[in-house]
Write a protein that binds this ligand. Structure first.
Ligand code: AMP
Ligand code: ZN
Length: 483
């Protein structure tokens, strides 16, 4: 928590292409919407990089003194594997692969995602909302677009007419006139009047075996297009205008562009969202985006299997600014692991010396001038468009500085950890727990994360036989207690 109530927070806004001072529309509460996962497979660590960036943002805002109302959707409707309105239905693809229903697939991968979130120490959103629970809201938004003349029906489907908006494409800086002249973009869907038009509601499914379908004013059976859910749910929970909307950079040119178009048209506002923030990609090899559809992806379970924890990955992500691509390799993850454990050991050692003092108890004014200096430096970095690599460097610098007392070091780092989210205040495992017991307990943690209860229970029994009880914490971590 910051002492100075007039903290200036600068955030890069994709809409204006520059850093702007952030002030929320409502001075008491920041409204934040983050696009959630499409639950047809495990989230890959690239997806998770985006959620980690959003978690740093949320934690920084709370640290700076704001309350944050954070809404995240779960895309559980079958959408298409391509950004255009073509390709394969993602949920159906998952259902066929695993011989389950689309509903079972959605439930399973939603739960798996929640496990990933808690392993990574991501703060739970204030509201998690599923697209399939908000069909009524989506239909009513499309109806209002229809009444205002922004739609047309072609081939049985309802489309958004992008030519009705003078500023369509402003987020991505699309130059529609130039595109039309050069005819660079070939319309994939011949029902479309303009190449950027998109489907709001499908009644003519491309898929004979479409499982998720609902009754609507446009036909007995149909389903929503893939952008409308975010507009409908964001306005339901955050109002007609709100502060920040996030996602990965791949969402800028289509998904978020279309969210803006339909929301501003339906809600009659000209700035639906004040700040648009986008995280750069996690890449593998030679700048190749990690992607679910390319099957080149790694999940947290793979990371666990190779002996790394979710917090090692979180630490690894601290190493690059969110607007820079980050290249994944196991060598780099290994360095992150070593550094994180070193940091954790230092904090455990300082904890023994700091004897239960908190920064609140000590009082900020009682810190030495050097300690105050580090406090200011850390804040400057996080408030300057989330410069997490530099903020982390401040932590290492202060730990090395002999001008600071052990108490001050401990108090500052624990305070900063409310933004870093590395669980540095976790309890140190008892020194006499044999390595094999810790290894078994960690294996069980992996089994639990992938919902393999049977293996998990067996491992718990083995640990018990070796004289230890595993106590699970609500955040996904565990402690080992002697029987
Ligand atoms: P999806 O489940 O495909 O809707 O993606 C969930 C989030 O992950 C979105 O915000 C995407 O922009 C983001 N994302 C997808 N691929 C990557 C990647 N390789 N690196 C970082 N973020 C990604
Ligand atoms: Zn979205």
């Amino acid at each position: 928590m910051v002492q100075d109530s007039k903290t200036q927070v600068l955030l890069y806004n994709t809409l204006s292409h520059k850093k702007e001072e952030f002030t929320p529309l409502n001075s008491k509460e920041v409204s934040l919407y983050t696009c959630g996962p499409t639950v047809y497979n495990y989230a890959h660590i690239g997806n998770l990089r985006s959620y980690i960036f959003e978690d740093f943002l949320r934690r920084m805002l709370e640290y700076s003194g704001y309350k944050v109302k954070h809404v995240m959707n779960i895309t559980d409707v079958g959408h298409l594997t391509s950004d255009a309105d073509s390709g394969e239905d993602k949920m159906l693809k998952g259902a066929k692969r695993e011989k389950k229903t689309v509903w079972e697939i959605a439930e399973f991968y939603t739960e798996a995602f929640m496990q990933d979130m808690s392993a990574l120490n991501l703060l739970a959103p204030s509201i998690v909302c599923k697209a399939t629970d908000h069909i009524k809201e989506q239909i009513s938004m499309i109806e209002s677009l229809e009444k205002k003349g922004f739609t047309y029906t072609a081939g049985g489907n309802v489309y958004f007419d992008t030519s009705k908006l003078s500023d369509y494409g402003k987020l991505a800086g699309l130059d529609l006139k130039a595109e039309d002249k050069s005819q660079a973009r070939v319309a994939v869907d011949e029902n479309k009047k303009n190449s950027h038009d998109f489907v709001l509601w499908f009644t003519k499914s491309k898929f004979d075996d479409q499982a998720m379908k609902w009754k609507s004013p446009w036909g007995e059976e149909g389903y929503p297009g893939w952008h409308i859910e975010c507009s409908a749910m964001a306005s339901k929970y955050l109002g007609d205008q709100f502060d920040i909307h996030c996602g990965g950079i791949d969402h800028i040119s289509v998904h978020h562009t279309n969210e803006i178009a339909q929301s501003e048209a339906a809600l009659s506002v000209n700035k639906w969202v004040q700040f648009w923030m986008h995280g750069e990609f996690l890449v593998v090899g030679k700048d190749q985006k990690m992607s679910k559809s390319k099957d080149n992806f790694l999940t947290l379970a793979v990371i666990f299997d190779k002996g790394y924890s979710a917090l090692d990955y979180r630490y690894f992500c601290l190493g690059a600014h969110y607007r820079k691509a980050l290249t994944f390799s196991f060598e780099a993850l290994e360095s992150a692991k070593v550094a994180r454990l070193k940091l954790q050991e230092k904090i455990w050692a300082l904890h023994e010396l700091a004897a239960g003092i908190t920064l609140d108890k000590l009082g900020f004014e009682n810190l030495s001038e050097s300690a105050k200096g580090y406090y200011t430096k850390f804040n400057e970095q996080i408030f300057s468009d989330l410069n997490m690599p530099r903020a982390l460097a401040v932590v290492w610098d202060l730990l090395k500085d002999n001008d600071l007392s052990d108490n001050e070091k401990y108090l500052l780092v624990i305070n900063f950890d409310s933004v870093l989210g590395l669980r540095l205040d976790s309890v140190k495992p008892a020194p006499d727990v044999p390595e094999e017991v810790v290894a078994l307990a960690e294996k069980r943690s992996v089994a639990r994360a992938s919902k393999d209860w049977e293996v998990g229970d067996k491992l718990r029994e083995e640990v018990k036989k070796m004289g230890y009880k595993i106590q699970d914490n609500p955040d996904g971590s565990f402690e080992l207690i002697k029987n």
